[in-house]
Structures are given as C-alpha cells and as structure tokens.
Design a protein around this ligand. Structure first.
Ligand code: URA
Length: 460
C-alpha cells in the first residue's frame, strides 16, 4: 500500500484553536507555527487574532522548541539575502533595545573599515526604545527601504549597509513587530528571540554579535531574565548555523548623552570624528568592545581584544568616519548637515535643572525612554511619522554630583505643548542620594554556544 493511502489527511488548522491552545498553556507544534507565521506574513489571519495569540504567548511563554521553530518559520516567511557575492565574511550585531542605544552607527563603519561586511537589517522604534531606522532617516535623503539588489550594491561599495525589512524580507516580523508594539507584548524572551533572529538569519550572516541589555531600561530588566534571553538567542542562532556570541550589557541609564533621532546620529558622528565628550565614554567603550567581537568573528584577528585595538585604530585614523559617510551617501543621505550648526532645529527647547542637590543614584530608564518618545521622537501607532529633531540630551550620568539648579537635561520637542509630559516623566524617573551609588559593569557576562547551552540546560 502506498503511504499516501495509509496516512489520514491532516485536519485543517484554525487560528482560534491556536489561540486557545496557547492561552491554556499548551505548546504549538511546527505545523501550527507554520500556519500562524504564513498567515501573519500574507495577512490572511486578522490582526485581532494575532494580537490575542501574542498576548497568550506573552503570558504563557514559549518553550525552547517553540521559540526555535517560530524563529526559523519567520526567517523563511519571505525573501532572503545571500552575502556570498560580497567576498567577505558577513557579520552583524543586534541589540535587544535600549534608550540612547546608537552603537550601530559606530559599529557598522568600524567593522566595515576593518574588512568585515556588515549587512544590517534594523527596526523602528518599539515600545520605550528608539529605532535605528527612525534615527537614520533624520539625515535628509537617507533611504532605508532599499531592494536587496541595492543593499548588495551598497555593501559592495561601502562594506556596510543598514536597511529596513521591506515587504518581502521577513514579512511575518513586520506584521508581528508592529502588533507587539501596540498590544504590550514586546517583553517576551521567545518573541524577542524570534523577532531579532528571523531578521538576522534572513541576512545570511556568517556570524552575529548580540548586545543583550539588562537593567532598568531593558525590555527584560532582571539579570536572570536577560541572561536567559541571551542564552536562548545564542543557542537558537548557533543551531541554525550562525556563529554567535551575546554580551549582557548595562542599560541602567541611557547610553551616551543623547536619546532621540538626529541627536543620536550627531553624537555618533562626534565620536567618529575623534571627539571624546565624557558623557559619551560608555557609548565609545561599548561600541569598541562589540566591534572588536565582530572583527574577531569576521576572521580578521585572533581575539576580540585585538579586534578592539583594530577598531580603536579605525576610529583614530578616520577610516570609520569615511565608511559611515560613504554608506550615508550611497543610501541617498546628505552628509553636509553634519557640518551645519543650524541643522538641528527642534520646535521647542527646555533645559530642566536638577530639583535637588546630591548624587544621581538611580534612573528608571524605561520611563526615560517613554519621555523621549513623548517629545515626538517616537510614535503611538505604526506608520506614524516621528520628529527627527525631538529627544532628550542628558547632561549628567549615574553617580554624578549635581547642585540644585544645575542643568540636568535638555528637552527637544515638536512643539511647546509636548514638553510637559516628558518633563514630568523625567522628574519621576531620576533619583538623587547623599552618597554615590555603586558602579555597574558595562559588560557583565558573555555567552558563546557552550555556555548558552549549559545555561539553558540548568534553567530547565
Ligand atoms: N528588536 C527587535 O527587532 N525585535 C524585538 O522584539 C526587540 C528588539
């Protein structure tokens, strides 16, 4: 008898059953996940049902198998990019999202200047965090929606390119990402893993460096939750054939001095030009560490430490700045604005002074992220425009001693009416003490395949 005669036909799947299964704590199998992902990608499953499933997944969590299957199904939901013709090792980094997290603008040109290809597919602002694409689009003319052919051409010419997902690249994540942003379902390890890795694996990378944030501004604030996410992503990406490391990095305060759109790109260019404002030291250091790993995994040097030194050299000799400007121009952006002191033109500006004397002891960085979004730098709903010039410049970092009345932050908003809410949020989010707080390490832990698998085994 032929096998088709003996195998009973599979029962058709219905989204309502998948929602109820997850709601009741069950695990979806590969066929069910495939159904959900293709229905999200081709928009045959309505948003209300996808949103209900996302909430069930957020509440119940995803098993390791579910997270891995979801990641691969999302990766395969559309076109893929192959870096084979670039003739270089393709390495990228991805951050799980933070406030003022602009390392991509330093890392991509640093790694490119050191001989690594950096095909970066990035996202827009999500929840309280800013989006790399929104920041880049504050440069007049800069195009993030390139075709894969254009992406390849920029990579060939400049070594780095940063683009958005496009309709055809990981369409399932485009739909689910926007829904998660609007339904309070962002902070889930399995969903974050699938969202980030589907995009990274679709870019055909040889290696990947993950910057997993921990602390008050991270999606997963507790170190043990961030460590689980890091281990889950490393093990998932390695199982899919991509050499991956994850660094657990501090997000208990904004990274660098600015958080917004244009002001973050401008701060990055300040560093690429060799300036070293003290408020940007953590940004500079983290960017060099991450770029060092990329240069190492890209096969250019034997250790991440030598990668760091190579990156430092590329910063000092201006080759990273040239690589960044070449990429901006190849994607249609106007680099003249970086020399125009009048370009930064927010609709309203307000300096917020310290409301008491003392050391800055803690920051609720998630609340600061919402403050930044509410200046006009972020959006309430997918597709809405953002203000390129809105955001917040922070003049003091954790541990700094301020006297009452000294400038603490400058708000840039679309219009004066948008200043009040961010200011109120800022006042709730920043706390002072009589003694300095303990210093938190910038990088607290590093996972590779072995340590990630051991961690997941222990946490079962
Ligand atoms: N970045 C992503 O691309 N997806 C997430 O879920 C979180 C951060």
């Amino acid at each position: 008898m032929s096998s088709s005669a003996s195998t009973p036909p599979l029962a058709p799947l219905h989204m309502i059953d998948l929602i109820r299964k997850k709601r009741d704590g069950g695990s979806l199998d590969a066929r069910e996940i495939g159904f959900l992902v293709s229905g999200a990608a081709n928009e045959s499953i309505p948003n209300d049902q996808l949103a209900a499933w996302l909430m069930a997944a957020w509440l119940r969590g995803l098993s390791l198998d579910e997270a891995r299957t979801l990641t691969l199904a999302m990766r395969d939901s559309g076109d893929k990019f192959s870096p084979a013709r670039l003739g270089k090792t393709a390495v990228d980094k991805h951050s799980t999202g933070g406030v003022g997290d602009k390392t991509s603008f330093l890392i991509a040109p640093l790694a490119a200047a050191c001989g690594v290809a950096v095909p970066m597919i990035s996202g827009r602002s999500l929840g309280h965090t800013g989006g790399t694409l929104d920041k880049l689009e504050s440069i007049p003319g800069f195009r993030t929606a390139l075709s894969l052919k254009e992406f390849e051409a920029v990579l060939m010419k400049c070594g780095a390119s940063i683009i958005s997902q496009t309709q055809s690249l990981v369409p399932a994540d485009r739909v689910l990402y926007a829904l998660r942003d609007r339904t309070g379902t962002v902070e889930s390890p399995g969903l974050i893993c699938a969202s980030i890795l589907s995009k990274k694996l679709a870019a055909g990378l040889d290696a990947l460096v993950l910057d997993v944030k921990t602390g008050s501004g991270a999606f997963l604030r507790k170190p043990e939750d961030s460590a689980y996410l890091a281990a889950l992503m490393v093990a998932t990406a390695e199982a899919a054939g991509t050499r991956t490391v994850a660094l657990l990095t501090d997000m208990s305060q904004p990274l660098g001095h600015s958080a917004g759109n244009w002001i973050e790109v401008a701060e990055s260019v300040e560093l690429l030009r060799g300036q070293r404002p003290s408020q940007s030291e953590d940004l500079r250091e983290l960017s060099l560490i991450l770029a060092g790993w990329m240069i190492h995994l890209g096969g250019q040097v034997a250790t991440p430490e030598s990668g760091y030194s190579r990156a430092e050299k590329a910063l000092a000799d201006g080759s990273a700045l040239r690589a960044f400007f070449a990429m901006i121009e190849a994607q249609g952006g106007n680099t003249k604005v970086f020399s125009d002191p009048n370009f930064h033109s927010p609709g309203a500006i307000k300096v917020v002074p310290a409301w008491e004397s003392g050391y800055i002891s803690t920051m609720d960085t998630t609340a600061l992220g919402w403050a930044v979004q509410r200046t006009g730098a972020g959006r309430e709903n997918a597709g809405e425009p953002v203000d390129p010039h809105a955001g917040i410049d922070f003049h003091a970092r954790l541990g700094a001693r301020l006297e009452k009345g000294q400038p603490l932050a400058t708000l840039y908003a679309t219009n004066p009416a948008l200043l009040a809410e961010p200011e109120a949020l800022l006042k709730q989010a920043i706390h002072f003490s009589k003694t300095p707080p303990q210093k938190v390490p910038l990088v607290s832990r590093i996972f590779n395949r072995e340590s990630a698998e051991a961690y997941l085994k222990d946490s079962r």
